[in-house]
Write a protein that binds this ligand. Structure first.
Ligand SMILES: [Fe+2]
Length: 133
């Protein structure tokens, strides 16, 4: 069974999907079950300072940066997207990025508490729910 907002990857073709609504079934791609993507946090790896999203409140929303030390945005190694979810899972906003862009998402919202995630093309999925106001 899947849960809302989980991400799954196909290890054969590279498809990545996010669950919009939960279901009982198993997600399958290229003839085999998709792998649930682990969400890394700052406690796990030495590269956390370049990957864990930093959430800062602004006057009219939040700004999310990747990370506390800016992540590289080179052709071979870059942040593919930044996503912000309200903690109650009612709102989702995703910004796709390209190499040489700044890994920042500036979002106008009245959300009180948010979770931010980002996907590095090499180091995978990272998350943070710590607001720095
Ligand atoms: Fe990375």
């Amino acid at each position: 069974m899947t849960k809302i907002l989980e991400m799954y990857k196909c290890n054969i073709c590279g498809n990545i999907v996010e669950v919009v609504l939960s279901g009982e079934g198993e997600l399958v791609c290229c003839g085999q079950p998709m792998e649930k993507m682990e969400e890394h946090t700052n406690n796990e790896e030495m590269t956390g300072e370049k990957h864990v999203p930093v959430i800062e409140k602004t006057q009219d929303g939040v700004i999310v940066k990747v990370g506390s030390i800016p992540h590289p945005m080179e052709n071979e190694h870059y942040i593919m997207f930044i996503e912000v979810n309200s903690k109650d899972k009612r709102y989702v906003k995703r910004k796709y990025l390209h190499p040489h862009e700044e890994p920042v998402l500036n979002l106008k919202c009245s959300c009180d508490k948010v979770i931010a995630r980002e996907l590095c093309n090499i180091h995978g999925l990272w998350t943070s729910n710590e607001s720095q106001s």
